[in-house]
Design a protein around this ligand. Structure first.
Ligand code: WT7
Length: 661
């Protein structure tokens, strides 16, 4: 183990030596090859210009590539014009691929719809005409609050087609969160549904919209919403406000299917997306059109190795998250892919639902989050092993560090010990994947996101912005602007500069807020949010590595560690662990907690050994599955638990507090 010199360095505790190279056959057919790295290194901007010309249709070709004359406010392809929806729809129909299935939709109750590119184009044109009729034009904001149904994708594309700006709000968010987002963006129209299916029941949406738009006396906020367009999905009774509310099934089929896609400048805003955030007030991250679409399409092709003619692609993210924007709506549709869209949850009505869908639709590319993988590990391999997953050829992971144990399970059980795994690091702010293996090129290391993509430049630096060198940990930065970068925080340019650019303003680096380590080959290992790093007796320890060690023990299903203040060591490691059911039945929790302390001590050294191990039934997570360590820190330090409003399940913290006591 190394000792630290500056406060930003993070100690390295775990060594992972397993390596998985792609097979020769995979490498040969892969979309992304090694020469992309050389091309991009020789001429980064020229490389992006090539991608933009190749993957996107420009109504007006661009001359200018990057305008970085006013950093950190970037412009990409600024004198070019395009229509994002045309790129995702009409051009595939015009190229003769109208009969290709765009969406293989599976509803939670088991109903299905296959939507071709021609059908989706027709629908989006009608919705665009309806929205025009409701007064939506270029630059207007439209809030979308829908379940995972084809109309959700159509709604996004219809807004984009008009040069308007969507703000998708995850359907699991409350009326208050919805209201805050509607107000911040000043939305003119809300598109919602009566409800959506979740775990066998209809969970209502329209009532939350009604509540969000209800009487605002005394709130000092001007009501901006003029109309609510409502999809019927759940056959729920809904309250109706005449003049304001419109049924989708009345308006859309009645509208004309003629609609010409107008060209908009590349920097026309495309969407605002509020970061869920494990800390702080939500920020409206702003993305624009040409650069975003370019990087979305490019990364979806080279990272997921998408062959649109033959693959069946499935990204399990909800459209309420950036992953759903970039890797459900924009990337795959720009590429003309066929993809699965699923309304429900992984375990309903039975724990094998996802694997059943993979078998049914012969999914070949599967992209999901470590939190889901770990929850499947908890239920055991017998469930996926009872389905035919042989269609899978590429696996992806996103959202959190994937610990080597979960990586190996994913590869062996889901990928038949053959499918390459891409661990993709990026953020709502980056818009698209930034660090990832290329599945046909990179020799994969379980647990590492590995290398910046061709065209992307990152570094790991100390507090002064100096490169830490291989073998060392520090802060992850992005050193050059990239096409899908956020263009700002909606309505708050100062916060944009402060949050991401001020820390390394001398170098002009984007600060991502994550800790990372470079291994001896220079590959990147993500270590978790810098705010979560612990300082034990002067050693900076990352949450990711200790959690990896805990999960590597056969009894553990999931683990979260935090640093709690400690009289002797400054901070002490405190672990919260969910055990596999089979171990809970057969062992005492006290015995297991003790065994886990020793295990970590042996695996990575006494410095990392948790002072306390609490066996719990659940961990506090955001709606997108990220562990909220600050709440666990409150418990570990015996404080009252802080703001829990962004938790997926707000009851979890009282259960954990009780278990800890
Ligand atoms: C944060 C961004 C990326 C889209 C979904 C989440 C963490 C994301 C990885 C990864 C380690 C990861 C980072 C990042 N993160 N991917 N492959 N390995 N950490 O988007 O909600 O904006 O969260 O998620 O901490 O900063 P987001």
């Amino acid at each position: 183990m190394t000792t630290t010199s500056t406060s930003s360095q993070i100690d390295h505790l775990l060594d992972e030596t397993r390596r998985f190279a792609p097979t020769a056959a995979f490498a040969q057919n892969a979309v992304g090859s090694a020469d992309l790295y050389t091309q991009a290194a020789n001429d980064r901007e020229g490389f992006w210009a090539d991608q933009a010309r190749e993957l996107v249709h420009w109504h007006t070709p661009f001359e200018q590539v990057l305008d970085w004359s006013n950093p950190p406010f970037a412009k990409w392809f600024a004198d070019g014009e395009l229509n994002v929806a045309y790129n995702c729809l009409d051009r595939h129909v015009e190229a003769g691929n109208g009969d290709r299935v765009a969406l293989l939709w599976e509803g939670e109750p088991g109903d299905e719809r296959r939507v071709t590119y021609a059908e989706l184009t027709d629908e989006v044109k009608r919705v665009a005409n309806v929205l025009t009729g409701l007064g939506v034009g270029r630059g207007d904001r439209v809030a979308i609050y829908l379940p995972m149904i084809p109309e959700a994708v159509a709604a996004m594309l219809a807004v984009a087609r008009l040069g308007a700006v969507h703000s998708v709000v995850f359907g699991g968010f409350s009326a208050d969160s919805l209201r805050a987002r509607i107000d911040d963006a000043g939305a003119k129209v809300v598109i919602t549904a009566d409800g959506g299916y979740r775990k066998g029941k209809v969970s209502p949406l329209k009532p939350a919209v009604d509540q969000a738009l209800a009487d605002r006396n005394g709130q000092g906020v001007q009501q901006t919403v003029q109309h609510v367009l409502v999809v019927r999905r759940g056959e729920n009774d809904v309250d109706w406000t005449d003049g304001r509310d419109i049924w989708w099934h009345d308006a859309v089929p009645a509208a004309s299917a003629d609609h010409t896609a107008e060209a908009f400048p590349a920097e026309n805003p495309l969407f605002i997306l509020y970061t869920s955030g494990t800390t702080g007030k939500p920020k409206g991250i702003l993305h624009t059109s040409g650069g975003y679409l370019t990087q979305a399409a490019y990364t979806n092709r080279v990272v997921h190795d998408l062959h649109p003619e033959s693959d069946v692609y499935w990204c399990t993210a909800d459209i309420g998250w950036i992953t759903g924007h970039t890797y459900v709506t924009y990337g795959p549709l720009a590429n003309g892919a066929t993809q699965v869209l699923f309304e429900g949850t992984p375990d309903s009505p039975h724990p094998g639902r996802w694997w059943e869908i993979i078998e049914k639709y012969k999914v070949s590319i599967f992209y999901t989050a470590p939190t889901a993988i770990r929850s499947f590990m908890k239920t055991g391999r017998a469930v996926p092993q009872s389905f035919d997953l042989s269609s899978i050829r590429v696996l992806g992971s996103v959202g959190e560090p994937i610990n080597p144990e979960a990586w190996m399970w994913y590869r062996e059980i889901i990928g038949a010990d053959a499918a390459p795994i891409v661990d993709t690091w990026w953020q709502t702010e980056t818009g698209a994947i930034m660090i990832s293996a290329l599945p046909g090129v990179t020799e994969a290391k379980p647990g590492s996101a590995q290398v910046p993509l061709p065209g992307i430049s990152v570094d790991v630096v100390d507090d002064a912005g100096t490169h830490v060198g291989n073998g060392n940990g520090g802060l992850l930065v992005i050193t050059e602007p990239w096409p899908s970068m956020l263009r700002g925080i909606w309505g708050d340019p100062d916060r944009f500069v402060e949050t991401y650019w001020e820390k390394f303003q001398d170098q002009g680096y984007y600060f991502a807020g994550d800790g990372a380590r470079l291994d001896d080959d220079g590959d990147v290992w993500l270590l978790g949010r810098v705010d979560d790093v612990m300082n034990v007796s002067g050693h900076r320890l990352s949450t990711a590595e200790i959690e990896s060690s805990l999960v590597a023990h056969e009894a553990t299903a999931e683990a979260a560690v935090v640093g709690a203040s400690d009289d002797t060591t400054g901070q002490a490691v405190v672990a919260f662990v969910i055990l596999k059911q089979s171990y809970l039945d057969a062992h005492s929790p006290e015995g297991l907690a003790q065994a886990l302390r020793s295990w970590v001590g042996e695996q990575i050294g006494p410095i990392a050994r948790p002072r306390d191990v609490y066996i719990v039934g659940e961990l506090p997570k955001t709606r997108s599955g990220k562990i909220m360590r600050r709440l666990l820190r409150d418990v570990a330090e015996g404080r009252e638990v802080g703001d829990t409003t962004t938790l997926a399940d707000t009851a979890v913290m009282s259960v954990i507090s009780a278990q800890v006591k």
